[in-house]
Structures are given as C-alpha cells and as structure tokens.
Ligand binder design. Structure first.
Ligand SMILES: Cc1ncc(COP(=O)(O)O)c(C=O)c1O
Length: 454
C-alpha cells in the first residue's frame, strides 16, 4: 500500500502503519498492527526532544496538535519548478510517483491533505490498495461509472440498486446510448447468468454494479449477492459494485467489508462512516490500477470532497466501529421486540431467520453482523404505517441511515416513491413496510411500544 504520509505513515523499522496526528481507541486490538504513540519508543531513552520527535515519528505538520488541521487552501506552492513538473506528471498519470510517499500537492480539485488523510485511513480500514473520496456517494458512483462506460456499452446490475443509481442509469445514461440489465435474485446463479448473457447482447458489459447483501428496504428472502457470478471468469468486465457502507464488522474491529482488494467498492460515507447525519460524502475503494481512470475523471470534473468534510470524516472514522457495535446491539433488541409484537406482521432482520436459510448464511459470510438498519411491516397498510410513524417521539422521521440518532421512514412514499407500484411490489416495498436505522441511544423500545400499542 502506498501511504502518503499525512494521516498514516509506516514505522521506519518495520512495516507497521501508524496514525499520525490522531489518537485512535482500541489500536492494540487493531489487526492492521497500528502503533499508538504510547506503544512507540521509550521516551526516557531519547536524548533530545528532536530525537524523541524523530523516534515517535511526529511530523511537523500541525505543530504537534493531536488532530490534523483543516487545510483551507485552493492551491499549493511548489518549492521548485522541477517539483511542479513532477507533481503534475504524477497527478495526471504520466509518471508513477515514488513507491512510498506523496505524489505532491497541486490544487485542491486534484488532492489536498485532508482528502489524503481520510483516503489513506479508509484504505487501511477496507484492506484496499487505494481509496478515493468524493463529495457524495452519488458523486462516487457517477464518477466511477462515467470513467469506464462508453456509448454502446451495457451495465449488468443487481436489482434494486439505490434509487439514485437507478435514476442515474435510466434518466442520465440511457440517452447516451448506455443500456442496463438487472437481475433480482443474487442468490440464484442461473438468473444472474441469464441477465449477464442478455446484457452482453446489448453491448460491451463494461461495469457490473451490485449492492451488498444488507438491503434494509427489502425482505430478507431477497437479500442479494453476486458472489457466485463474480467467481466466474468474464472477459472485459470491470466490477464496480454499488455498495452501501457495510454495516458492521465488529468481529474484525473494522467497519467495512467485503474487502476491496479485487473489485472497486463504492461507499456512501454519508451513512455509517460519517455517522452523525452532518455530512455528505462518498468513496471508491480498490486497486490503484482500477482507480486510475476514476481518479483522473474526479480531478477533471471536481467531484472530490472539501477539506472540512474530510476532516470530519477522519474524526468520525475513529469511532465508527464503536458506534456500529452499539447500534447493532440496540437494533437486535428492537428487532426482537418487534418480532414479538402482535401489531407487527413481519420483521426483515436476518438473525431472526432460521440458521440454514441461504440469505442468513450469506449475511453472516459477507457482513458478520446484521448491522442496525432493517425493515419491518406493520399489520395493515399505509394508513396503519403512517399512524405508527406519527406517534413516535424518539425516532426521527427522516430518510438516510447510519447516524447516532434513530431514523425511521416509509420507503414506498419516500426513498422508493420514484418507482411504479408494480416495481415496488416486485422488490418487496409494500405500503406497510417501514425502514428503521437504529442509533446509539437505548430508550427506543418504549417509544416503539407506545406507538404500536395506541
Ligand atoms: C446504497 C447507496 N448507495 C449510494 C447512496 C448515495 O449516497 P449519497 O446520499 O451520499 O450520495 C445511498 C444513499 O442512501 C445508498 O443507500
């Protein structure tokens, strides 16, 4: 992994990574072998403070501040003309940058320190070679798609994608001569093959898009994955899955998976990574080779994230697994309570499925946890769902998910309202369906119980 020295650097005497300018809880348990400063050299054995600084790998970046500063600048000074030339060559891909170290800062549309800090940290968390951070999840998806597609190409994708991605394909890409073919059951290899063959008759299949198994808007029987398909060899395909931030990987101590080593993974950082419902951001993680074209397009069109939001993301990353772990514990309690309530028809939460159901096994294989976003159906239809939602006091009626607070929404009339009723029905979005994103507070059951009972 090439680290650029701002947020993470390598220990000079071994290959371990250390975080600079930040204190990260639980680093002793971190399987990537982070050092915290307290695990570094013995202070007593250092003769001078410079010696100590050198041995602690303290960088002069921020006058020793525990957190990195926010670099509010549009452009960066080159020390020499040669440096300017080299930095441009590296950034636009005419030459490879040095193996370890920075490719240089030029102009904040191309890169800036806060962007590099959060990208490097995300790459370590994801086990990806590199990461690119964007101004939204949709900016990440759109830039990745546009980097690889040409008129006449086709997209193979799982259904449903996130509504915004569906609209992007249908309304924006179709007029440019790009066609798409979707498949509904990602657990059924043969239906994926049929869709793949159909997509290939439409054009060169340049992109496969699929969402990960945890799809909170739908019932568990429809959890999808493309594992089987992705194991098959298809020429020319570049895989750029449309992933929501994987909900939880507490077992690994890390927030995100499946790992982005072989494929590119698009994430909406707005959700669990940002985690406080106070920013919009996105990322594409993957190999340097796969990200090259996407990076170049991001530089050209300026879909990168601003320094302040990047700074907030790097702060949020430090607690992501703590938040997710807590929220998942709360969600399990809420799901159990709902499943036993007489006014609830169904709860779509994989751990409630029998252990041998493929959808549950898939969730366990891919995610390790059901996370904290799921859906359930009240008895009745839209009227009963609305009445329940209007009686809630602690849950906030809002779209989005993955924040510290608990959010709840009615998918059929909000996030999936753009689909026809028939299409909604096909993907399990019924009028009685409610999506919930459970947060970190623990006073939720009383709220739900009150609203359901009335
Ligand atoms: C799966 C998925 N992808 C992409 C997005 C878009 O992310 P953003 O809102 O950050 O643009 C979302 C947003 O809900 C999502 O759920």
């Amino acid at each position: 992994m090439r680290l650029r020295g701002y947020g993470i650097t390598s220990c000079p005497s071994c290959s371990f990574h250390i975080l600079t300018g930040s204190v990260v809880p639980s680093t002793t348990e971190n399987r990537h072998g982070y050092f915290t400063l307290s695990q570094g050299p013995d202070r007593q054995s250092c003769a001078t403070s410079a010696d100590l600084d050198a041995r602690l790998w303290v960088r002069p970046l921020s006058e020793g501040s525990v957190k990195p500063p926010v670099f509010l600048t549009s452009t960066f000074v080159f020390r020499t003309a040669e440096e300017g030339r080299d930095f441009f060559d590296y950034t636009v891909g005419r030459r490879d940058p040095p193996a370890e170290g920075r490719s240089g800062l030029i102009y904040s549309r191309f890169n800036h320190p806060n962007l590099e800090i959060v990208e490097d940290r995300l790459a370590v968390y994801e086990g990806a070679e590199e990461g690119l951070v964007f101004s939204s999840g949709m900016a990440a998806i759109a830039t990745a798609i546009l980097a690889y597609l040409r008129p006449g190409d086709a997209i193979l994708h799982s259904r449903p994608l996130y509504g915004g991605t569906e609209v992007l394909i249908e309304k924006t890409l179709t007029p440019f001569g790009i066609q798409a073919e979707g498949f509904l059951d990602g657990l059924d290899e043969s239906s994926i093959r049929v869709a793949a063959e159909c997509a290939m008759t439409k054009g060169r299949v340049a992109i496969d898009l699929y969402r990960n198994a945890v799809q909170p808007d739908e019932h568990a029987g429809r959890y999808r994955a493309c594992e089987a398909y992705c194991r098959s060899d298809r020429q020319q395909a570049r895989v750029s899955p449309d992933y929501r931030m994987r909900q939880h990987a507490a077992r690994a101590g890390l927030p995100v998976a499946p790992r982005a080593r072989r494929r590119s993974v698009d994430l909406s950082l707005t959700k669990y990574v940002g985690g406080h419902s106070d920013l919009i951001g996105g990322a594409v993680m993957g190999s340097r080779a796969n990200l090259k074209l996407i990076r170049a397009l991001r530089s050209a069109i300026g879909t990168q994230l601003d320094p302040h939001s990047c700074w907030m993301l790097s702060r949020s990353l430090e607690t992501v697994w703590l938040r997710m772990e807590r929220a998942a514990i709360n969600a399990a309690k809420v799901a159990q309570f709902l499943s036993e309530h007489p006014n609830v028809a169904r709860v779509h939460y994989p751990p409630l499925l029998p252990a041998d159901v493929p959808a549950r096994q898939l969730m366990e294989r891919q995610s390790g946890s059901a996370g904290s976003t799921f859906s359930f159906e009240v008895r009745g239809g839209e009227a009963e769902a609305f009445a329940f939602l209007n009686r809630l006091e602690v849950f906030k009626l809002a779209v989005s998910l993955g924040g510290t607070e608990s959010l709840i929404c009615h998918p059929a009339t909000t996030v999936h309202s753009g689909l026809t009723e028939e299409a909604r029905c096909a993907i399990g979005i019924t009028p009685a369906l409610i999506r919930v994103s459970v947060g970190i507070a623990d006073d939720l059951i009383a709220d739900i119980g009150r609203a359901l009972a009335a």
